[in-house]
Design a binder for this molecule. Sequence first.
Ligand SMILES: N[C@@H](CCC(=O)N[C@@H](CS)C(=O)NCC(=O)O)C(=O)O
Length: 225
Amino acid sequence: MATKLYSGTRNASSWAMRAWLALKEAGVAFEEEVVDIRPPQRFANLARIGGFSPPAAVPVLVVDGETIFDSLAIMEYANELAGGRLLPAAPLDRARARSVLAWQHSGLSGICGLISFESAFYPDKRALTRRERAECDRLFAFLEGCLARSGGPYLFGELSLPDLALVPTVVRLTSHAPDFGRWPLTLAWTKALLSRPHVAWWMDEARKQPHVWYDVYLAVPADDA
Ligand SMILES: N[C@@H](CCC(=O)N[C@@H](CS)C(=O)NCC(=O)O)C(=O)O
């Protein structure tokens, strides 16, 4: 079976990271092409991807000539190839896990709006805003509940897709020093995720890249400082 992942610049493509991690954790063998999504080559590269994948975005997985686009579809496919072990076995738990995936995929209530994935690699970080701190607390309270219920070390016990989908969020937030004071299980979970070999490998590669700067990072409204 010929399997090729078109993935993205390591310090810029959080969506590609999710798909890549799921394939790696599922033990799927694949060829990879890192598509440079930084300007100015971004537009030509994405136009090329658009030639075989309707959203013209990465990640895209091509399996024996069939195109699977969108990170979530690729993650679900990886789970199927792994015999389903990257989602909980019980239907209700699997539905709860998919709720987390859906929440992440639809924007996590805007928690990462101004904290781009790229910003995790900036040498100087700004402080989290009031709204970002509040959203962190909301997310961390939810994660803490999952971890208390499952007994850890991951959200649903064993590693599953929701953990992997949240890795780029963990990267963004932990690099901005959020307050884990009330969330010890969540802190342990972030450490467990960041020390997984595939996550560590991606992060090492990402740190070698030149920064991708966005001015909007510093554009914090005065009433949200
Ligand atoms: N929902 C898509 C989002 C993919 C996405 O936005 N990818 C970015 C890179 S991380 C991209 O290729 N963007 C193209 C663009 O900005 O035009 C997924 O989960 O795969």
